[in-house]
Ligand binder design. Structure first.
Ligand SMILES: Nc1ncnc2c1ncn2[C@@H]1O[C@H](COP(=O)(O)OP(=O)(O)OP(=O)(O)O)[C@@H](O)[C@H]1O
Length: 358
């Protein structure tokens, strides 16, 4: 057990410039930067096209849209898309999350106060309590809930009719949803990470809304470091804007963006200090592995969970690190990224040249 209050937790560690979760500042600015319609929503072409059909067909029938499940990593636009669904349907939206619904009664209170056609956005739907989840099954299918009154043998179920509504569930872990819940969604969309060209469009759009001057190369530089995630792109844009205002004439060019993000220790591929520390330990101390997770964590002075949950997913996704049954292994791309030479591959086969060069 760890009694060290000052040790970084995974939450602390994700409170970083390239963390995908929203921090306080993000929440304040995000409302202003959210696209308001499907046309404004950048990327995710297939999801957009399919959703457009689902919504238009429902509108044409004068019906409420089918329930929608959105899965994907944080910051890819699930909340934004749920608001767009409501806007496109001309319906109000109610926003809540799985952890906020711990009792079936909490859910019954929300469901029974919905208006006809309203969109209920349930973020982190996989974290709802079991009894609430079971109540949701019936609500989604039959627009009805049974409210249990009393306890024990005298308890009675009072059926309560609900107005038709659209549930938009969001989850980062679609695999954790019980099949009966997953099956009740009429439309399921998996949100992918964004291509750099799509993030450039997000950045140009946000720069315009924030009244920041940015050229094409400046946007490309920020996009390349944004880890496929619009939330990170918007956050990096704000930090680069600060730098451009203080150190230059306010205009963001490639050079300004690269220098500013260098100050914030976000490298050309979007790795930050923690990511690079993990890679450097793996390459320099363990010759590229395989090495066990705990040993690697001790070497970088972080918690095991921090390395596993905060740094590794992106390193694996980028093809820089592999998780194997024998431990963590660096890929050739990792050696190249840090400008190091794998053992045995240096001039003359000696191997270690350049190993401590950066
Ligand atoms: N496709 C997009 N086009 C433009 N901006 C986007 C897009 N997707 C997301 N954004 C921007 O990224 C930010 C984060 O998006 P959002 O809050 O919808 O993500 P999320 O997937 O709901 O994240 P979380 O899982 O943490 O709730 C918002 O400010 C939004 O403006």
């Amino acid at each position: 057990m760890n009694w060290d209050d000052t040790a970084p937790t995974t939450d602390d560690a994700d409170d970083r410039l390239v963390g995908a979760s929203a921090d306080g500042e993000d929440q304040a600015v995000e409302a202003a930067l959210r696209p308001k319609s499907l046309d404004e929503f950048v990327g995710q072409e297939r999801v957009r096209e399919q959703l457009d059909l689902v919504l238009k067909a429902a509108l044409a029938r004068g019906a409420t849209a089918d329930h929608v499940l959105l899965s994907g990593s944080p910051g890819l636009g699930k909340t934004t898309l749920s608001m767009i669904i409501a806007a496109e349907m001309g319906a109000p939206i109610r926003i809540t999350s799985g952890p906020a619904i711990q009792h079936a009664g909490d859910l019954a209170a929300i469901l029974s106060s919905l208006q006809e056609g309203e969109v209920l956005f349930l973020d982190e739907i996989h974290r709802m309590s079991r009894p609430a989840e079971e109540m949701l099954y019936m609500a989604m299918e039959d627009f009805r809930v049974d409210v249990i009154v009393g306890k024990g043998p005298g308890a009675t179920a009072i059926p309560l009719e609900l107005p038709p509504f659209t549930l938009v569930g969001a989850t980062t872990r679609a695999g954790l949803l019980p099949p009966p819940l997953r099956d009740r969604f009429g439309f399921t969309a998996h949100m992918e990470f964004y291509a750099p060209s799509e993030l450039e469009r997000v950045i140009h759009r946000s720069a315009q809304l924030l009244d920041v001057a940015i050229d094409t190369d400046g946007a490309a530089e920020i996009a390349g470091r944004s880890r496929g995630t619009p939330r990170i792109a918007n956050r990096l844009l704000r930090r680069v804007r600060d730098y451009a205002q203080v150190k230059a004439d306010g205009r963001i060019t490639r050079e300004i963006a690269a220098t500013a993000l260098g100050v914030y220790e976000v490298d050309g591929r979007g790795l930050d200090r923690l990511d690079r520390a993990v890679l450097q330990a793996l390459l320099k101390l363990f010759a590229g592995g395989p090495v066990g997770l705990s040993t690697l964590a001790v070497a970088v002075g972080e918690e095991r969970e921090t390395v596993e949950e905060v740094a590794e997913p992106f390193l694996v996704r980028e093809g820089l690190l592999a998780r194997t049954p024998r431990g963590r292994v660096a890929t050739p791309a990792a050696w190249a990224h840090l400008g190091l030479v794998p053992p045995g591959q240096g001039p003359g086969g000696g191997g270690q040249q350049g190993l401590f060069g950066t």
